[in-house]
Design a binder for this molecule. Structure first.
Ligand code: HEC
Length: 164
């Protein structure tokens, strides 16, 4: 009888304890996953901006060379980086100001679709001015963006290749 009592006590102890052991195990797994997430590399706002700077420059040379396919590619790269900023830099207060660039970007896109030189140049200037408006508004006014004078790299031809 005493033996049976021990068995019952043992089972109930196990039954009560098992779920909490599982919870503890799950918690340890969550903690370790969280620790790994903290260690994963996440580009900062400055890195996204440096990428945007290159695409902004290439966009200009693509546009003035009427390489509309490349210009379209470059403006889309900028759009992607801006989306990434919203996703990965949501904790930066400056990210709230990112929406101001939406309309100027769209106007450049329209000029590219319409293959309109004058509209391209004009909308690119407004885009560039908006980069600076945001820099000024986010205490980064010392980062002055200009219409590029030279392409960023010597190993890329901005003229559209002749269709074969
Ligand atoms: C949200 C408003 C905002 C907009 C719009 C914006 N920027 Fe920035 N930019 C910033 C902030 C904030 C920084 C500083 C980032 C940091 O802390 O490293 C920055 C930094 C930069 C830098 C310096 C990067 C470095 O590390 O050297 C460049 C270049 C740059 N931006 C280019 C541009 C260009 C080109 C555009 C327009 C196509 C643009 N930015 C639009 C807010 C903005």
């Amino acid at each position: 009888m005493k033996y049976l009592l021990y068995v019952i006590m043992g089972i109930s102890f196990w039954a009560c304890n098992a779920p909490s052991q599982n919870t503890a195990l799950l918690q340890r797994q969550i903690d370790s996953l969280q620790a790994q997430l903290h260690k994963t590399y996440k580009p900062g706002l400055g890195e996204f901006m440096s990428g945007i700077q290159v695409h902004h420059n290439k966009l200009w040379f693509a546009g003035i060379n009427r390489n509309w396919a490349l210009a379209d590619f470059e403006i889309n790269e900028i759009k992607e980086s801006l989306e990434d900023i919203k996703t990965y830099c949501a904790d930066r207060p400056e990210t709230k100001s990112i929406e101001m660039i939406g309309a100027p970007i769209q106007n450049v896109s329209t000029a590219i679709q319409q293959k309109d030189d004058a509209q391209f140049k004009n909308s690119f200037k407004i885009l560039t001015a908006t980069c600076n408006t945001c820099h000024q508004g986010t205490k980064h006014g010392f980062n002055v963006i200009t219409i590029p004078a030279t392409p960023p790299f010597s190993n890329q031809d901005f003229k559209a290749p002749v269709e074969k």
